[in-house]
Write a protein that binds this ligand. Structure first.
Ligand code: RIB
Ligand code: CA
Length: 302
């Protein structure tokens, strides 16, 4: 049985790889995408989402535009990591435009249409998801599961020593989502930093499909121009998509999770209290099988 999904995304290089995978995965019945700022400004992430859909043969994929700012504060963009305008490669223009519905209302519409079937994959700051929950509490019963790429529970962060980028960029939204009671699978740095493509690996660069060639172009440009000092590319958003399709790739522990919003030193830190709760924290990953899964889905399709 296919999963009725929406992907909330801030493309972003690893988002782009994750979207290629998702579009190549028959297990996912993708209803649409919602864009959020994070890796780049909202105009960039929305344009990147629309152009990726066009490039990958889905020009009519619904794209609903979301938040340009977090619930509180401001976004710390990731241009230094993802490249100018959020991607290191230029994608062809598209005539496609975002749908009239804004992201929260679009998420309501999918939840209303597919109550208790709807699976949300969140690859950026959780601002859109939090706003959707705040504006329509019935969403809590309509959403079957949220697979979140975010957090760093037992490992250090990638923005500060304590905080991971997506959570750091809107910790209040993350607390709204974790506190909602919606079942969450939290795919954090604890697992995704173990699953990577290396600069000198030869398998990610020989894609023969449209998506495979785009992934090779993004990665080779990233390694040579964007981050010439890095030897590994962590597959964080791709692992979240893989986990939505094949949960057995991860070892998880049930927990309640909260995010630090006040202390300046640990701001954005995700804390897990194991035992009971609505969050399944990914504490382990089958690294080889996950990397192979990501590579296969990137290179499959047409
Ligand atoms: O920390 C990694 C996450 O932050 C990924 O979603 C990446 O795209 C950035 O948004
Ligand atoms: Ca992302």
């Amino acid at each position: 049985m296919t999963k009725k999904i929406v992907i909330d995304t801030d493309p972003g290089t690893d988002d782009a790889l994750a979207l290629i995978m998702a579009l190549n995965s028959p297990e996912l019945d993708i209803q649409g995408m919602t864009s959020v700022a994070g890796n780049a400004r909202l105009a960039d992430t929305t344009r990147n989402t629309l152009r990726l859909m066009e490039h990958l043969g889905h020009p009519n994929m619904p794209v609903a535009q979301g938040a340009s700012r977090p619930l509180r504060g401001k976004f710390n963009y990731g241009y230094h990591y993802h490249g100018p305008r959020g991607l290191p490669v230029r994608l062809a223009t598209t005539k496609s435009k975002p749908r009239p519905l804004k992201a929260p209302e679009y998420l309501h519409s999918i939840g209303y249409s597919f109550p208790d079937e709807f699976v949300l994959i969140a690859l950026g700051p959780l601002t859109n998801v939090a706003r959707a929950i705040q504006r329509e509490p019935r969403l809590v019963s309509w959403i079957k599961e949220i697979v979140v790429m975010g957090g760093a529970v037992e490992v250090g962060g990638n923005v500060t020593p304590h905080a991971e980028f997506n959570i750091y960029n809107d910790p209040h939204a993350a607390n709204v989502v974790f506190d909602s009671g919606i079942p969450v699978t939290l795919v954090g740095l604890d697992v995704c930093e173990q699953v990577a493509f290396g600069r000198d690996d030869t398998d990610w660069g020989d894609g023969q499909t449209n998506g495979g060639r785009l992934a090779a172009d993004v990665l080779s440009t990233w390694f040579t121009e964007t981050k010439p000092d890095m030897d590994q590319y962590a597959l964080c958003d791709p692992l979240a998509v893989a986990a939505a399709i094949e949960p057995g790739l991860l070892e998880t522990r049930t927990a309640t999770v909260s995010v630090e919003e006040d202390d300046s030193e640990t701001y954005g830190q995700t804390r897990a209290t194991y035992g009971e709760g609505n969050v399944r924290v990914a504490v382990g990953v089958d690294v080889d099988r996950s990397r192979a899964f990501v590579l296969d889905r990137i290179k499959s399709g047409d």
